[in-house]
Ligand binder design. Structure first.
Ligand code: URA
Length: 251
């Protein structure tokens, strides 16, 4: 059971005071009966709510996939820069968080949700969830550099990095049009299971290379939708949410 004002907040993104006002104005019906008390309770599964003549479907959690553009930060709020959450126009933004951090100049897959348990499960350091990064670098890596990246490198933290995988980008990655700021002569996909500060950049520096451009392509098998241009976003499908849930349970 849930209070009607909370139901309206969760489902429509109203503030608590807006929801209370909606109820006391007489515009809310539960099972065809007008309610005037914001504290009135209902079952979010079986009761029917109508607000201003429109049925309201209860939705506690929302999940988005954003193609993060460069120049936007992944903090939940920021007094100086635009955040990933600021890009979600006309969406209910209550309690939304980014799943993990990307640097301001890094682009690509960002998951945004108000499902705190899932955020925690996907970002806890104990979880070995692999993220794929498309990395442009000045020149191809040697076998030795690849071995070091894959076995773990010293990036001046307490521990070397965990084993990683270096892959040659397939055609979809190689022809990525948003990933073309020039200056690179080689691209790799680096797959890492940790999320340390500037980790990919520091790993490449540790093996004597450097990152020219960086884009996250996937998290635990959930791939960035290639039809999303930088700054565009969409809801995750039920299948994608289930995929994230199952990944977070496994690891
Ligand atoms: N590694 C980095 O160096 N930067 C990012 O934004 C993500 C991973």
């Amino acid at each position: 059971m849930i209070r009607i004002d909370k139901f309206l907040c969760d489902s429509l993104g109203l503030s608590r005071s807006e929801a209370k006002k909606a109820v006391s104005s007489g515009k809310v019906l539960i099972n065809d009966v007008k309610v005037l008390r914001p504290e009135a309770k209902l079952s979010e599964d079986s009761d029917r709510v109508v607000f201003d003549g429109v049925p309201v479907v209860y939705e506690r959690f929302v999940y988005y996939m954003l193609n993060k553009p460069a120049g936007v930060v992944s903090a939940n709020t920021d007094s100086r820069d635009r955040t990933c959450i600021d890009l979600l126009k006309d969406e209910k933004k209550k309690d939304l968080s980014c799943v993990g951090r990307l640097d301001k100049d890094t682009t690509g897959l960002m998951i945004i949700t108000n499902d705190g348990a899932l955020v925690h499960a996907l970002t806890a350091p104990s979880k070995d969830i692999f993220k794929d990064y498309l990395v442009s670098i000045p020149k191809p890596l040697t076998e030795e550099q690849i071995d070091s990246l894959e076995n773990g490198v010293d990036i001046n933290d307490k521990m070397p990095t965990k084993p990683a995988f270096v892959k040659i980008p397939d055609d979809t990655f190689a022809s990525d049009r948003d990933f073309d700021r020039g200056g690179d002569t080689a691209r790799i996909v680096l797959s890492i299971s940790e999320g340390r500060f500037h980790q990919v950049k520091r790993m490449l520096i540790a093996v004597g290379s450097k990152v020219i451009d960086l884009k996250r392509m996937s998290i635990g098998g959930l791939k960035l939708d290639g039809s999303l241009k930088p700054g565009e976003y969409r809801r995750l499908t039920e299948g994608e949410v289930e995929l994230l849930r199952s990944i977070s349970r496994q690891s």
